[in-house]
Design a protein around this ligand. Structure first.
Ligand SMILES: NC(=O)c1ccc[n+]([C@@H]2O[C@H](COP(=O)([O-])OP(=O)(O)OC[C@H]3O[C@@H](n4cnc5c(N)ncnc54)[C@H](OP(=O)(O)O)[C@@H]3O)[C@@H](O)[C@H]2O)c1
Length: 283
């Protein structure tokens, strides 16, 4: 085959792959953007904590679209987790859902056990489950502080500890930080501190996993349009946050899921031990 023919054939195959992928993306409710060959996770397995809603749900859908078998995790919203798994399966993917409170080390271990049993291993772990309790220092209640630290700092530690024990060589571990650690608004002290911890986790764990080609990174989204954000802001405040970005909009869960997908691709390998801001330019 001469080089012109071979180029045309490659273009044709790329077009055919896109045509096939768009309906699949629509079927599982993901806003499609074309993956490169190296993003495809065929035969690989991902766990996404807190994936019944928001950024985690979009990430589970995105990774399923990339070819990963996915474990969807939730705390209380079983129906939403089940729906995501149904959508993925209906589009020809593989997925299970499991309840686990990330703050409970035994539950996290069971989450990994269930994944190993269903799919035979773990290649990607996204420590996404998190809550945001805000309040001025003078007004923050102990129980709101304690629950957030248990989920965001201890919970993420539980997930990353299990990930460090079980992720196969060549895998990816990603934790959700927040751009709020740069913005430092009043009332966000405890939340921002819990998210700043994720940068330390990523930097240290990346070194601890030396020699195994497992990258560990933290992603710091800006304001993303999810329940977490909507529960804390009035419509005017959300519009204000949108206006602060150069794009004039809030982030979508898919914006963050796409970055996670990129990091999980072979092309993402050299990014390791980093905190990556993904906020449309808000900071
Ligand atoms: N949205 C933003 O603007 C933004 C910005 C920066 C960073 N982040 C970070 O991104 C992550 C996801 O945020 P989001 O906005 O997508 O949140 P969200 O829409 O409120 O969804 C939170 C998810 O976490 C799960 N969850 C909560 N506590 C859990 C626990 N103890 N164990 C297991 N799962 C738990 C929830 O499960 P149920 O549905 O069962 O409750 C849900 O699936 C968080 O770590 C957050 O800090 C968000």
């Amino acid at each position: 085959m001469d080089s012109n023919n071979s180029t045309s054939r490659r273009k044709f195959l790329a077009l055919a792959a896109t045509a096939a992928a768009i309906p699949v993306a629509n079927a599982i409710g993901f806003e499609y953007s074309q993956p490169s060959q190296s993003q495809l996770g065929a035969g690989r397995v991902a766990i996404v904590t807190g994936s019944s809603r928001g950024i985690g749900a979009a990430t589970a859908r995105r990774l399923a679209l990339d070819g990963y078998a996915v474990t969807v995790n939730y705390l209380t919203n079983k129906d939403m987790a089940s729906r995501i798994v149904e959508d993925i399966k209906a589009a020809g993917g593989r997925a299970i859902f499991r309840q686990a409170d990330v703050a409970d080390p035994k539950a996290v271990k069971a989450l990994f056990d269930a994944t190993m049993e269903a799919f035979g291993g773990v290649d990607v772990v996204v420590s996404n489950a998190g809550i945001m309790n805000t309040g001025l220092f003078a007004e923050m209640a102990d129980d709101a502080f304690d629950r957030m630290i248990a989920t965001n700092i201890k919970g993420s530690f539980n997930v990353l500890r299990e990930a460090s024990r079980r992720t196969r060589d060549g895998g990816r571990i990603i934790s959700l930080s927040s751009s709020i650690i740069q913005m430092k608004p009043a009332g966000a002290g405890a939340y921002a501190a819990s998210k700043a911890a994720q940068e330390m986790y990523a930097g240290v764990l990346a070194k601890e996993l030396s020699g195994r080609r497992i990258s560990v990174n933290a992603i710091a989204p800006g304001a993303v349009d999810t329940d977490l954000l909507r529960s804390k802001g009035t419509t005017e405040q959300l519009q204000g946050a949108a206006a602060m970005t150069p794009y004039g909009r809030l982030g979508k869960p898919e914006d963050i899921a796409n970055i996670i997908s990129l990091l999980c691709s072979e092309k993402g390998e050299w990014v390791n031990g980093q905190l990556i801001y993904a906020n449309g330019g808000i900071v």
